[in-house]
Every structure is written in C-alpha cells, then in structure tokens.
Design a protein around this ligand. Structure first.
Ligand code: FE
Length: 254
C-alpha cells in the first residue's frame, strides 16, 4: 500500500525524535503493509519550517538508512504546507515541495478552526500553475463542519482531499468519524492516508481505514482510494469521481 501523508523524518517536526524512533516507525509501516510512503513534514504552520531543499536532503539520508537496515520501504518526497497569503512568494523562492517533486500535487493544510477567505484564490492560482492541491484531513476542520458548501465548492473548483485513516476508525471522536463518512458519501474525498507521527499515536492504520470503507461502502469504493494513491505515485492522470450534490429546493418548486 501507499501512504501519501506521514511524518517519519526525525528531528524536523512533531514526528519522531531520533533515527531509532524513525526506523521503528518504518518497521511499523512495513508490518502494516505499506511499501511506499510520502514523507510530508510540516512547513509554515507556525511551529515548523521545512523548505524543499531540507526535505530532499533528509529523505535521501533516511532512504539510505532504510537500505542499510534492510527495511523494504521507499520514502518519497513531500511536504505538508500550511496555507498562507504569501504562498506564491515562497513558491518563487523554490521553498515548496510537491509530491515526488513533480510539480503536480501538493499537500495543503488549512488551520483547524476555519477556512481562510483566501483559500479559493490560493487553490485557483495553484491550479493555474498546474499544481493540484490535496487538502489534508478536511474532516477535522471546524470551518467545513459548519459550512459544508465550502468544501463542495473547493472540490468542484478542482482541489482534491485526503481523509485520515484514524478519523475513519474513531481516533478523533464520533463527530470527526461521522463527518469523514459524510465527505466520502458525497464523493468529496480522493485519498486515504495515515498522517502517522509515531508508532503509538496516529500510527499506520491504513488497512483499518480501508477495511472500514470496504465494510461501509463496498470493495469498489475502497479500491477507488487505493488505486488513486497508486496512480498518483505512477505519475499518470487520476480519474476522479464527481461530487454527489443534491440540488437545494428553491421556493418549493423542485
Ligand atoms: Fe500531517
């Protein structure tokens, strides 16, 4: 399996605190059936700064260590970028790292309590540059919980979303769990990933997430998510489900 969102590189964010811990995480990922994993350190979230060059360097070192330890896991390049107004300035400065450094997909994080007003502009500008933003864990965003139409608009305009496997299995409470299901049912979700930070909290529960989807919605829905991650890794084009939106009644005419 492929995990597109995870904090496995040591020392650089709220992931592991040492190479030993990071290697333990890698072993855990392999045991959980993961073969390819995108290292996506936080960038610009107010606590951590991890620019493109730094991540590239760290991923190379870690892949080397994995090889030496004979751990069959391949780490791919990524970054979890917190949305901000100056995103395009930092893009020009070459600080932003798209998945696999291919300039096609970018993990974009919104603040947990709101959807900033400039979100739509940022998404639009990114799409113009040929970069599709993948909004991470929209199910944990209070703004989307209060205004579901915001999420619909964002997906209709071309952004993709990633649900965290832990949300689906109840690690973040009932509200988040049921909101994850609503997002999937409306076909507004495109990827499942672990967002793992350690071997204990927020671990590699990808298979459990897929099993939950399979039980609730059937194998086909589960394969849709699994295959999207595979297609993303292969660099081919994704074929995305259209959102299931019911038209609102207008003056009782419909
Ligand atoms: Fe994350």
């Amino acid at each position: 399996m492929i995990d597109i969102h995870c904090h496995i590189l040591p020392y650089i964010d709220d992931g592991p605190n040492s190479y030993d811990e990071a290697l333990d995480m890698a072993k855990g990922a392999v045991e959980a059936g993961i073969t390819h994993l995108y290292a996506t350190p936080h960038h610009f979230n107010g606590r951590f700064e991890n620019k493109k060059d730094k991540i590239i360097e760290n991923v190379a070192i870690f892949n080397d260590k994995l090889q030496k330890e004979n751990i069959p896991l391949i780490i791919h390049l990524g970054q979890e970028l917190r949305i901000h107004r100056e995103i395009f300035l930092t893009y020009e400065l070459d600080e932003i790292l798209t998945l696999d450094n291919k300039g096609k997909y970018l993990l974009l994080e919104l603040p947990s309590f709101e959807v900033p007003t400039y979100t739509h502009d940022v998404i639009y500008e990114l799409l113009l540059k040929g970069i599709t933003p993948i909004i991470v864990h929209p199910e944990r965003n209070k703004g989307f919980m209060q205004d579901f139409d915001e999420l619909i608009k964002i997906v209709q305009r071309g952004a993709l979303t990633q649900i965290t496997s832990g949300s689906l299995i109840g690690h973040f409470g009932k509200k988040v769990k049921s909101f994850s299901q609503k997002i999937i049912e409306k076909q507004l979700a495109h990827f499942i990933a672990t967002d793992a930070h350690s071997t204990f909290t927020r671990r590699f529960s990808l298979q459990e997430g897929y099993d939950t989807i399979s039980n609730l919605y059937g194998m086909q829905q589960m394969y849709y998510f699994k295959e999207n991650a595979e297609i993303l890794l292969s660099g081919e084009n994704l074929s995305i489900e259209k959102p299931k939106i019911t038209r609102k009644k207008i003056l009782g005419l419909f």
